[in-house]
Design a protein around this ligand. Sequence first.
Ligand code: AMP
Length: 210
Amino acid sequence: MKLVFLGPPGAGKGTQAGKVAAHYGVPHISTGDMFRDAIGKGTPTGLKAKAFLDAGALVPDEVVIEMVAERLKGADCRKGYLLDGFPRTVEQAKALEDIIKAPDAVVNITVDDERLIGRLTGRRMCTGCKGTYHITRLKDPGVCPDCGAALIQREDDREETIKARLAVYHQKTSPLTRYYADKGTLCTVDGGQTPEAVREQIIAVLESRA
Ligand code: AMP
């Protein structure tokens, strides 16, 4: 089961990817989480990536591709994996094919820009369990309802950076939907529904392909 999750920032990709990966018992590999972790630890990859994340820009292909290729060598990836946030350019998609041939299915979660901006400006991330929450659903906007750790706003979830990320998505990442549609692996899911409904739709569409 080699899956790719595509979608603009704020589509619910990370939340859904975590749940769907657990459902199939495969690792959830989020390149955004890997970069944030590397930046936090001050590794060479983190140092290369930081300015790009802060600006809402894409990290150069060669840096991301090397990091993902290394991660996919992990023993936990033998039975499959779910890639969340990679590939984000056609170049990355081609590099992925060199590593794994082609993904079995590509789930594309769609949401319109206006809704995405509302979701992202209100998004908070847990410093402990890494879960994401929306301020409208939190009793205390500073405390994780699941593990009690502190919630923070991601640096790149500020309005100006969000607009830059959406522009980058439309320019560089959305062409991937055509790329995978042509290969017959694209499954499109409406991300404007409740998280539970989106998850059910994703599982249904993946089961129908199995
Ligand atoms: P995400 O958590 O998926 O929204 O990713 C956060 C940021 O990490 C992005 O805005 C990019 O700066 C960087 N990033 C994550 N994945 C990639 C990728 N596949 N290619 C380039 N940059 C990436």
